[in-house]
Design a protein around this ligand. Structure first.
Ligand code: GLN
Length: 489
């Protein structure tokens, strides 16, 4: 059961081979027995999950089920879920029971999916290793002394260890794609604005985007079909006609299913900085794509080298503004002792936020301050525009861009935790995509020393259906994504 795709689970539920209650219980049992090793979940609520499963079974009995009805899905703890703890990985929200559902949570509920639990994450989604969580680090099921990546590390570890069939993540600078790469998963960050951010706790609003973290491209398509869509409560949500993200995957294909596809290879992705054992597998994947009929073309992203610097100015600036709301007044952590209002603010924030979050707030406040705004923030916005222009130019010559997702495989817990700059460089290949607002994926493409390696695919705006198909055709011919970590299956 735990190796089945979402389609296969939907079929098993529809044919009564298994009920949603049984399926949910199976995963709750797996969480109880395996999660202590991983720390992938911040909260589970078996009673509530099983109650949802019973409702799903009633719906299925009436023949009213959809593709996700009765399937348990894990949600990153960044999404507000009514009457659940919604901590965002922070002490600041460690007592916050959300009074409402995020749009993503509501859409999954409407689809009849079961909320299986809330997954661990870097505090306020700031990190690349899941070590900044107030709830402690998550371990990588492929090697327990290594990180799962971040910030959606709990979701990634949970899917990889089969502690849920699929999960959600959010990606501000790589937080879906990088943990997907480090845990042998398929992850998709959609075009900015495709999935509503309403009720998703904000880190950097102009970059944040939610997406699926699953085992295959077909599973990602099924999840995105549930998640995507216009939401009038998010002013940056895009009002576009609905689409079936699985339509290209479902289309008939011959022996050369990707004939005519032009894959762009930016030289900036293939220079120094990437570990040779990772690059060897990326090269092998390119050969795999040629066998499927694709051609390759060299493209240039000359400003990509500036992306990490620009990102840490813009993301920190937006974070410093977004996190100003956590003041201990209406909700969240409040320091137990203070003499006056200012001391209450100061102490609540000093005690409620961890070191990485404070670093970002300080950097963000600094780059927005009078006298520095032009030198840093405006300059970073100009670079952002140049990067978007580089992609626009590249997409005149190709349909998708391909490269590594992460320059390394999973690193050891603690290895980069004390060196923020090294940590920030783990996102060197993913961040430009967020600055431009483009869709990007990571898919498994092999193993180096027993650890998974991820291949990144980047598409032009709104080409998710094609991107998912490009991922799917590769997975069909090269089923790396079917490998599971020993000890969990
Ligand atoms: N690792 C990046 C950061 O720390 C990206 C995080 C994310 O995508 N949420 O900001």
């Amino acid at each position: 059961m735990i190796e089945r795709s979402l389609h296969e689970l939907a079929r098993a539920l529809a044919s009564k081979e298994i009920s949603s209650v049984e399926l949910t219980q199976l995963y709750l049992d797996r969480i109880a027995s395996h999660d202590p090793q991983l720390n992938a979940y911040i909260s589970v609520d078996p009673e509530r999950s099983l109650a949802q499963a019973r409702q799903a079974d009633a719906r299925l009995a009436k023949g009213e089920g959809g593709p996700l009805t009765g399937i348990p899905i894990a949600q990153k703890d960044i999404f507000c879920a009514k009457d659940w703890l919604t901590s965002c990985g922070s002490k600041m929200l460690s007592n916050f029971i959300s009074p409402y559902d995020a749009t993503v949570i509501r859409r999954f509920a409407e689809a009849g999916a079961v909320l299986l639990g809330k997954t661990n994450m870097d505090e306020f989604a700031m990190g690349s290793s899941n070590e900044t969580s107030f709830y402690g680090p998550v371990r990588n099921p492929w090697r327990l002394d290594c990180v799962p990546g971040g910030s959606s590390g709990g979701s990634a570890a949970a899917v990889a260890a089969r502690l849920c069939p699929a999960a959600t993540g959010t990606d501000t600078g790589g937080s879906i794609r990088q943990p997907a790469a480090l845990c042998n998963l398929t992850g998709l960050k959609p075009t900015y604005g495709v999935v509503s951010r309403w009720g998703m706790i904000a880190f950097a609003s102009s970059l944040d985007q939610a997406g699926p973290l699953a085992r295959s491209a077909t599973d990602c398509a099924a999840l995105l079909n549930a998640m995507a869509g216009f939401d009038e409560r998010d002013s940056t949500s895009l009002d576009r006609p609905g689409e079936d993200y699985a339509r290209d995957i479902a289309a008939p294909a011959g022996a050369k299913p990707l004939a005519g596809l032009r894959i762009g290879l930016p030289k900036e992705f293939f220079g120094e900085g990437c570990r040779p054992e990772v690059m060897r597998l990326i090269d092998a994947a390119i050969a795999g794509y040629r066998e499927l009929g694709a051609t390759t073309v060299a493209v240039d992203l000359p400003n990509m080298k500036l992306s990490v610097a620009a990102y840490y100015v813009i993301a920190s600036a937006e974070a410093s503004s977004n996190l100003a709301r956590f003041d201990g007044v209406r909700y969240g952590y409040r320091a137990p002792e203070y003499r006056d209002l200012n001391e209450m603010y100061g102490r609540s924030r000093a005690q409620g936020f961890g070191a990485e979050v404070k670093r970002r707030i300080l950097v963000g406040t600094y780059v927005l301050s009078h006298g520095y705004y032009d030198a840093y923030y405006l300059q970073a916005q100009r670079i952002r525009r140049l990067i978007a222009g580089d992609f626009a130019e590249a997409f005149r010559h190709c349909d998708v861009i391909l490269g590594p997702t992460s320059p390394t495989t999973a690193f050891r817990l603690g290895e980069k935790a004390s060196d923020p700059v090294q940590m920030y460089l783990s996102d060197i290949y993913t961040i430009a995509v967020n600055l431009a607002g483009l869709p990007g994926m990571s898919i498994p493409c092999g193993f180096a020393d027993g650890l998974p390696v991820g291949l990144q695919l980047i598409g032009d705006y709104f080409t998710e259906a094609r991107l998912l198909n490009v991922a799917h055709r590769y997975q069909h011919a090269n089923p790396w994504h079917r490998q599971a970590p020993t000890g969990f299956v």
